[in-house]
Design a protein. Structure first.
Length: 116
């Protein structure tokens, strides 16, 4: 079974940092369009950051300059470094990717709460 498992969420004060991790049960080379999404109650899930199949990265305007997506193929890991966090960044964060280009896989999500 192909799985993505997120970790690293938690409670942080405004201006703080968190690093989310996404562990894949298969080699990252089998995934494309790996990215991070987030969702708050009553709102649609939104794209936060994504790495395309050709290696380019794109970020939501609201996180540009603060968040960085990265990957470590040797560890089958995808990461999201989040700096200068704001209360509006509070959400459940999901890792997602296309498996062999067609099957969309989602993780179970990890809660991030930014509050003083």
């Amino acid at each position: 079974q192909v799985q993505l498992v997120e970790s690293g969420g938690g409670l942080v004060q405004p201006g703080g940092s968190l690093r989310l991790s996404c562990a894949a049960s298969r080699s990252l080379l089998r995934f494309t369009n790996m990215g991070w999404y987030r969702q708050t109650p009553g709102k649609e899930r939104e794209l936060v950051a994504i790495e395309s199949s050709i290696g380019s990265t794109n970020y939501a305007d609201s996180v540009k300059g603060r968040f960085t997506i990265s990957r470590d193929n040797s560890k089958n890991g995808l990461y999201l470094q989040m700096n200068n966090l704001k209360p509006e960044d509070s959400a459940v964060y999901y890792c997602s990717a296309l498996y062999f280009g067609s099957q969309r896989i989602w993780g179970q999500g990890t809660q991030v709460t930014v509050s003083s």
